[in-house]
Design a protein around this ligand. Sequence first.
Ligand SMILES: [Zn+2]
Length: 197
Amino acid sequence: MIPRPASLLCLATLLLCGANVSAAFPAPSRDDPACSAEDRVFMARAYELARYATTHGGGPFGALLVKDGKVIAEFSNCVHSTGDITKHAETGLISAFSPKIDRATFARSTLYTSTEPCAMCCGAICFSGIGRVVYGTSEAPFVSVMGLPADPDPLTSREILRRISPGTKILGPLMEAEGLLIHEAYWPVHPEDVGKS
Ligand SMILES: [Zn+2]
């Protein structure tokens, strides 16, 4: 597991995020009503991991795996520091921990991810057999913050998982306002990273 980010770093990042709020950014979506109070606690940790990634060689993404109320794995995006394009938070977590976590445990666990999983990460989720996924920020507003045009025919993670991993339950968005602040603080000052993390 990676070390916990220093609380002062988190506070500084939060303050930085707040300073970058702009009326031009998309409005956050409402929380998925199926999410629980416990989901909110773990999503807050996913956002911490996303903030950590931005100062430790990655794009603003974090993920953790929780079973029976306990965190059993964490990962922050580290695409830039490793040069490995598969080091997204979700795929990176599954790659790093699947040798140590059996399929039955994956099936009874929830993967919390700060941003809606991409197609590659949905594939890793499928092959790991993770039973439940909760994402924080939806893809559409995240893409907007990156400055990319809206996809006229989006393929959502719900649709991908419904087709390739029907046993995986997916929930989200959750606490999207907090997630968008992280993206809004990152992408406008790192345009060179768009599409690379
Ligand atoms: Zn991904």
